[in-house]
Design a protein around this ligand. Structure first.
Ligand SMILES: [Zn+2]
Length: 158
């Protein structure tokens, strides 16, 4: 039996889905590997890729924290993100979780953990978030490319 060429793997670095692990984005040294954009799922990653605005890397956390659904940090791909940042060489982390309550709670949580790492090491990555333009309750993959691109370019410090 031959393995289908289109076998989809989960990237061990960022959680993206691709035919290779590491994925094409993590393996691309023309991209800025010191920038990590945090997204909830692979659909959001591809929404950002469509804008062709962002030339860094991603980290797919696999959803949001949710008190209602009983989803905690251990249910998301967050420890792997913290390990990437702890390993060093990361200059900026962009929080691109959705503008929902859960999305913002998740962004706050991650931002706090990243600040802890920064405090321990004496220096940490800049933490930014997407600017206004992302509608409240909006999911990234429903935004048109222009809106998303503008929100990314005008990102601001947390
Ligand atoms: Zn990857």
């Amino acid at each position: 039996m031959t393995q289908a060429a289109s076998t989809v793997r989960t990237c061990g670095t960022c959680g993206n889905l691709d035919a290779t692990d590491p994925c094409g984005i993590c393996a691309d040294d023309r991209r800025d590997q010191s920038m990590i954009c945090i997204v909830e799922d692979v659909a959001d990653l591809w929404a950002l890729e469509r804008t062709a605005t962002f030339k860094g890397t991603y980290h797919v956390i696999g959803g949001t924290l949710s008190a209602l659904d009983g989803r905690g940090p251990e249910d998301l791909n967050i420890s792997q993100l913290l390990a990437r940042v702890t390993a060093g060489g990361i200059s900026e982390v962009i929080l691109a979780t959705s503008a929902t309550v859960d999305g913002q709670t998740t962004a706050h949580y991650i931002s706090d953990r990243l600040e802890d790492i920064g405090a321990e090491r004496g220096e940490g990555p800049h933490i930014t978030r997407l600017a206004h333009g992302v509608p409240v309750g909006g999911e990234l993959d429903y935004l048109d490319d222009g809106t998303l691109s503008a929100a990314l370019k005008a990102r601001r410090p947390v």
